[in-house]
Design a protein around this ligand. Structure first.
Ligand code: BGC
Length: 432
């Protein structure tokens, strides 16, 4: 304990430890479908069709993964858990949520816009929805919070998926029309735009493993979708830049800190190299001439023994994910070495309903970022996932990722978690 105190004391006395640039963005992040409520897209349809099945399967799937199964089993076995429904009513309560950002000393916010709201029918724009996001962005700006807009976070209008979504190159004309509209409406109000969220996760979960809509396991189709998303990003980049050349545009890529379990074992090393390339770099390399920054979503450090993941048994978050927050440091260095572009940690966080690990996770993450900055990595911001408890896709509502807890059974009451209070203070200290 005494040693810990000394370190804290040294840190506060040593200005060199305050390595975060003055204009560093400290943000929260969300995605439209996960918080807004009242959306109608391919996920909404899929949830209704699959809620009962997911609840039934939880006993066999989630039970063996989650270290908090006993506490969450009632929720996880209830079909209601798997329906996004009213979300956390962020669509209506966004002003209240922006106040929370201010309370937490956050100066930036990553949010999603919902294509299915803006273009509910093919070629027909919803002026209310368009206006909604305009007012939303303006409100963030008025409060001095930097808006970081995410155009696509996995949800698609049903009319678009009826045509096969991103499976067909010809459908990109619909995407382009949508991005043109977005550029026209919001291009002048923004500095930062993320086009696509985690194309690797979307493609594998929806087209290879069949976990998410359209629940397919087709390797060829997966390849097509992945490549079409490369094209979608490049096209969006061009459209947005034409509208506003000052816009800073990137992707939020899910990158893992992939390591060899036995660093001297040639097979582990080869698998590690292949996995790093396939999972982390393939997409980014194909889009590198169309990126002003790299958005990096960090959750996972994975150790490979031959072709199998073999991670330490603890600590695990509520979803059973092995947690190694400090793995962000080598990953930041590697990403910087590969691309030499400014980096944002565009997502980072954990499912932790008891708020037992969140403070530790964030603290380790801040140290990892300090180290990377000290090594010359051009790191420009950090966005915690998530600002609010939200709808965790096929796992539904039980995993709690929020800096702010939301009680959906109690008028959607928002309560700042202790770890978030701590973060708010830390940001203040680091910014002084
Ligand atoms: C996604 C989020 C998701 C989070 C936690 C990220 O991969 O972008 O939508 O909620 O991980 O699983």
């Amino acid at each position: 304990m005494a040693r810990l105190d000394t370190i804290t004391l040294m840190e506060s006395k040593n200005p060199k430890n305050k390595i975060f640039p003055k204009d560093f963005l400290w943000g929260g992040s969300t995605a439209s479908h996960q918080v807004e409520g009242g959306t109608y897209n391919q996920w909404t349809v899929w949830e209704l069709e699959n809620a009962a099945r997911l609840a039934k399967e939880a006993e066999n799937s989630t039970r063996y993964l989650s270290p908090v199964w006993d506490e969450i089993k009632d929720e996880a076995t209830n079909p209601e858990n798997y329906i996004s429904g009213k979300g956390v009513e962020h669509y209506e309560r966004y002003e209240e949520d922006f106040e929370l950002l201010l309370k937490l000393n956050l100066n930036a916010f990553r949010f999603g816009i919902e294509w299915s709201r803006i273009e509910p029918e093919e070629g027909k724009w919803d002026s209310h929805a368009i206006e909604h996001y305009r007012v939303y962005i303006l409100e963030l700006r008025r409060l001095g919070i930097k808006p970081v807009m995410n155009i696509w976070h996995w949800t698609l209008p049903v009319w678009f998926t009826d045509k096969g979504g991103f499976e067909h190159g010809r459908n990109l004309s619909h995407w382009r029309r949508f991005v043109e509209k977005v550029a026209h409406e919001y291009g002048d109000l923004l500095e930062y735009v993320i086009t696509l969220n985690e194309p690797n996760v979307y493609t594998t979960h929806s087209y290879l493993m069949g976990f998410w809509p359209p629940a397919q396991k087709k390797i060829f189709k997966a390849g097509m979708v992945y490549y079409n998303l490369v094209r979608a990003h490049r096209q969006a980049y061009g459209i947005l830049k034409d509208k506003n050349p000052d816009l800073q545009i990137g992707i939020a890529a899910q990158l893992a800190n992939i390591q060899a379990k036995r660093p001297r074992n040639i097979f582990d090393v080869i698998v590690t190299q292949i996995m790093r390339y396939a999972w982390n770099w393939w997409f980014l390399r194909r889009t590198r001439h169309h990126q002003d920054f790299i958005g990096l979503n960090y959750y996972f450090t994975d150790y490979y023994k031959l072709h199998k993941r073999e991670n330490p048994k603890v600590p695990l978050n509520d979803l059973g994910w092995y947690m190694e927050p400090e793995g962000l440091y080598p990953l930041l260095l590697r990403t910087w070495t590969h691309f030499k572009k400014p980096i944002f940690v565009s997502e980072n966080g954990l499912a932790d309903q008891g708020d037992d690990y969140r403070r530790w996770w964030i603290e380790e993450t801040i140290v990892a970022m300090q180290r990377a900055l000290s090594e010359g990595v051009e790191l420009k911001g950090y966005f915690h996932w998530s600002l609010l408890d939200n709808f965790e896709w096929a796992q539904g509502w039980w995993p709690k990722f929020g800096l702010v807890a939301v009680d959906r059974k109690n008028g959607m009451k928002r309560t700042i978690r202790p770890s978030a209070e701590w973060l708010a203070k830390k940001i203040k200290d680091l910014s002084e």
